[in-house]
Design a protein around this ligand. Structure first.
Ligand SMILES: Cc1ncc(COP(=O)(O)O)c(C=O)c1O
Length: 383
């Protein structure tokens, strides 16, 4: 195999899902908090749009960079939510947000060049850095700063090899949301040092008390900022595979060539469904966020009631990230203990990088009853 194949890594969520399923095969009940996907069905109007376009035989190859109608819907979306209108040539439609991470890094980073990214963070960032033989520069997110990436920490780690900074706000796995000042400062640092910025905004519609800001406002994604967003989380469409990037035209054009070679195009009728997601009623999203807010409050209260657990209030996404350092066990030991002794599957914080050691991640895409039951079972398991 090629050398890079020994460097690319899997995801802890799938490892723990497999462990939980093994328990279930033995007849044991497991309460699931490991996978980051909404437990709501895809809204009916979105499904109907896909059925209709299949019926109309919209099932062939389409443009490698995405269909015009969806790009136009994304132009409107970016204008409404980020305050500027990108050109059609700045938009690339992809099968999910994840290929946007892979293609952006493949398209920008040479071996030896450095990538700065949050730790704990979405595992794909570090994995692709290693795959590309690029320089790995994880920046520790600190609980004292409510897990928000501190722009000063970024500035300290910039070298003449730094090529790309990855931001993710609202963040996976901590649920932190960076302030406007912090986001603006990172955009300024990137500009001053002539560094590209990948802003993973997949949770931009999933906020509680905080408000969302994008660093792309500074250059309107014309110079250095690549916005990554998608439909998986906000519209409960994880299995459909639909996402997009907005970036400088010449980079997007080259990334379109990666699409031609790797995937030909994003599934035609899924793109039609995406138009309905953006243009249709946002009621299901609002209902989902109302439920997530109630669950967030329930899980934070519950986790804080477990001896030796403390948990901040996440401001976005649907993850709680309790500190378990006072238990005296590391995060894998605790995650295994909770799975095998309490029948609750969550993820060790260390699955998101060394900076996640001492924490657990609970995806609260589940009912209040399940949250309360899980908290009780975890408490009982320590008695
Ligand atoms: C921060 C972050 N970025 C990207 C993705 C990938 O999204 P998609 O399923 O659309 O590829 C996820 C999914 O968990 C995520 O948490």
């Amino acid at each position: 195999m090629a050398n890079g194949m020994y460097r690319i890594q899997g995801e802890g969520a799938f490892e723990y899902l497999a462990k939980a399923q093994a328990q279930e095969r033995e007849g044991k009940e497991v309460l699931h908090f490991e996978i980051g996907q909404p437990d709501f069905p895809t809204p009916q109007n979105i499904k109907d749009a896909a059925y209709e376009s299949i019926e109309n035989n919209f099932t062939g190859y389409v443009s490698a960079t995405g269909i015009l109608e969806l790009k136009q819907a994304i132009q409107d979306e970016i204008e409404q939510t980020r305050g500027f209108r990108p050109s059609i040539e700045q938009i690339l439609i992809l099968p999910g947000a994840k290929p946007g991470i892979f293609f952006t890094m493949l398209g920008l980073v040479n071996p030896g060049e450095e990538v700065i990214y949050p730790d704990p963070g979405f595992p794909t960032y570090g994995s692709v850095v290693k795959y590309l033989n690029a320089g790995d520069v994880p920046i520790q997110l600190k609980e004292e700063n409510e897990f928000r990436l501190n722009p000063n920490d970024i500035e300290e780690r910039i070298t003449d090899k730094t090529k790309l900074i990855i931001l993710n706000s609202p963040q996976n796995p901590t649920g932190s949301v960076m302030t406007k000042e912090e986001i603006d400062k990172v955009a300024e640092i990137a500009e001053k040092n002539n560094i590209f910025l990948l802003s993973d905004e997949i949770y931009s519609k999933m906020l509680y008390e905080a408000s969302f800001h994008s660093p792309a406002v500074r250059d309107e994604s014309k110079e250095r900022t690549i916005i990554l967003d998608g439909f998986s989380k906000s519209y409960a469409m994880t299995g459909w595979r639909l996402g997009y990037v907005v970036g400088p035209e010449e980079i997007i054009e080259r990334m379109g060539t990666l699409m031609i070679n790797a995937l030909s195009c994003t599934t035609s009728f899924v793109q039609k469904a995406g138009i309905t997601a953006l243009k249709g009623t946002q009621e299901p999203l609002m209902k989902m966020m109302k439920a997530f807010l109630e669950r967030r409050n329930a899980i934070v209260e519950g986790l804080n009631s477990i001896p030796n657990f403390t948990c901040l209030h996440p401001q976005g996404a649907f993850y709680a990230f309790p500190n378990i350092k006072d238990t005296g066990m590391n995060s894998r030991e605790i995650a295994d203990h909770i799975l095998y002794k309490a029948g609750v599957c969550c993820l060790p914080g260390s699955a998101f990088g060394e900076g996640g050691e001492g924490y657990l991640r609970f995806s609260y895409a589940t009912s209040i009853e399940t949250i309360q039951k899980a908290v009780q079972q975890i408490k009982d398991s320590f008695e």
